[in-house]
Ligand binder design. Sequence first.
Ligand code: ZN
Length: 255
Amino acid sequence: MFTRRIRKKGPTVKESREFVHGAESFPYQLIRTDRRSTAIQIDPVGQVIVRAPHRLSKAHLEKILSEKAQWIISKRQFVEEQSLSKRAEEWPVLGELLSVQKGQGSNFSTSVDAFHVPVSWTQEKVCDCLNSYSKKKALSYLPLAYERCLERAGTLYPDILSTKPYLRLRKMKRSWGNCRGKRITLNTELYKYAPHLIDYVIYHELAHLIHANHGKGFYALQALLYPNWKSAKRELHQASVQYTQLYYSSQPKAI
Ligand SMILES: [Zn+2]
């Protein structure tokens, strides 16, 4: 038989901080929860996450961080080096990872399932080249996807068409897309993700033409336009964590 002591739970509080250790420093996310001990974790992209009890004082926390600082700094360095070695061996195109092959040629070229780059190129140069390739492709792919979704949304909810929205495309660091008044902006980074995830972002923004905020009405309309929005949201987040780790691209979180 199990007995459980009931404890009153406090709210989870998150904040971003910076820890300075001699000549070195690192940013960390502090998450205060209803726990008894402090735990430090380095995530796959090298971010430091510290989970601590609500009652832990600032001085005590800094003492724990000083004791662990050397370990944190070297672990972060290791994670970053690992990402660097994986970087640009594959490149995502509409959710599929294509291989990046280095050869004797002097130019960048593409074939059905691979990219070809000169062996003399640095990883930074390969990434820059593939990023501008993705952006160029996004500029032709996204307007077509947008028109297709807009037409379908108009048959399901005709008021969307009467708002006469227009599309803008740009590379964004923090969001996949946004909707301001009649203007919908989509992030060109989306070209790296699977078509159904791009559709999800487009339908999300189309629903904002009618409901500006994330209220009940908004979610009902989003579910009408894209019934599987919950799993798409999860999938988009998971893919973005993986891609950020491999390619140091930005990891937008909001739509
Ligand atoms: Zn939104």
